[in-house]
Write a protein that binds this ligand. Structure first.
Ligand code: NAD
Length: 309
């Protein structure tokens, strides 16, 4: 019998085709959530929350595939209890997110979106857009896993000096990834001119950047986050921007998405993008093919490369 696979969030055609040619029956969009009791597999991105209640309804479900890295939108405990496998596609989006991180650094340091908006209103405001150079500055990475390491490689090429705080990695591994290991978050924030966050959202990392820790940042520094909303306490960041402790911020992720035109999003020294760090043609194709193959392996009882639960 053909497997029934729910595709709750948009997935690149390459992945859909891959599954169809193997005979799978695909149910796309919200219809996938209406068909929970019939699904053998469910594929989501970050938008759909896979809750305990959904897993209870999905009595045939063998596997949940997350087309991307972060699995904070899936109730992993509930999946574990029900014997549902959870897989992700952690490598497919690394380079796209690293490139977007660097793009946000330049956009924030050189006020590129603001300058473009001003020109589109017919203005020519050279003095207003005095910026900072990245070359020669210290980049502090919070988390140096796949994406952090890819950012470190690019930052060194730009002439930045890279520090990293990652208590779960041995100092030797951090050094191999091209960064000086620093033992505490405080030490990192004290020294970095640009801080970039690359940790997953967990109970431990929620509001890792809060009033107390943001006060450790060097006055005039830049903060970038392409990891997850919730790692930064947004009210506290807004205050730090208003006080000038944080010079500018580049944010791709927000505590509540979409956030709307909040005071943080509309702040003149915030560059905001709508969770698009992984949205490249290349990454979306790769992620769809990776998750299709991994979900298929789980259904067929094959060996798994990226099993989370
Ligand atoms: P990864 O697992 O390879 O790396 C995460 C690193 O964070 C690990 O080295 C881990 O040791 C470290 N870490 C965990 N807790 C920490 C803490 N408290 N302090 C410091 N370091 C800590 O993951 P990755 O592939 O590099 O992805 C990182 C995150 O980026 C993902 O979890 C995801 O939430 C986010 N992401 C966002 C987008 C986007 O579209 N904006 C796309 C992909 C991934």
């Amino acid at each position: 019998m053909a497997y029934v696979i729910g595709i709750a969030d948009p997935l690149h055609d390459a992945g859909l085709e891959w599954l169809r040619t193997r005979g799978a029956q695909l149910i796309e969009g919200d219809a996938a959530l209406d068909a929970l009791p019939h699904l053998d597999a469910l594929i989501v991105r970050s938008r759909t929350k896979v809750t305990r209640e959904m897993l209870q309804q999905a009595t045939r479900l063998k596997v949940v595939g997350r087309a991307g890295v972060g699995v904070d939108n899936i109730d992993l405990d509930a999946a574990r209890e029900r014997g549902v496998i959870v897989v992700n596609a952690p490598q497919a989006t690394t380079e796209a997110v690293a490139e977007h991180t660097i793009a946000l650094m330049f956009a924030a340091a050189r006020h590129i979106p603001q300058a473009d908006a001003s020109m589109k209103q017919g203005r020519w405001e050279k003095k207003r857009f005095l910026g900072l150079e990245l070359q020669g500055r210290v980049l502090g990475l919070i988390g140096i896993g796949r994406i952090g390491a890819a950012v470190a490689r690019r930052a060194r090429g730009l002439g930045m000096y890279v520090l990293a705080y990652d208590p779960y990695l041995p100092a030797g591994v951090i050094a191999e990834r091209g960064a000086e290991p620093v033992p505490t978050l405080e030490a990192l924030l004290n020294r970095a001119d640009v801080v970039s966050i690359h940790v997953p959202l967990t109970e431990e990392t929620r509001h890792l950047l809060n009033r107390e820790t943001l006060a450790w940042m060097k006055p005039g520094s830049i903060l970038i986050c392409t990891a997850r909303g919730g790692v930064i306490e947004e009210e506290a960041l807004l205050e730090a921007l208003e006080e000038g402790r944080v010079y500018a911020a580049g944010l791709d992720v927000f505590e509540h998405e979409p956030p709307g035109a909040t005071r943080l999003v509309t702040h003149p020294r915030v560059v905001a993008t709508p969770h698009i760090a992984a949205q490249t043609q290349e990454a979306q194709r790769r992620v769809a093919l990776d998750i299709a193959a991994e979900v298929w392996n789980a259904l067929e009882g094959g060996s798994l490369r990226w099993r989370v639960v």
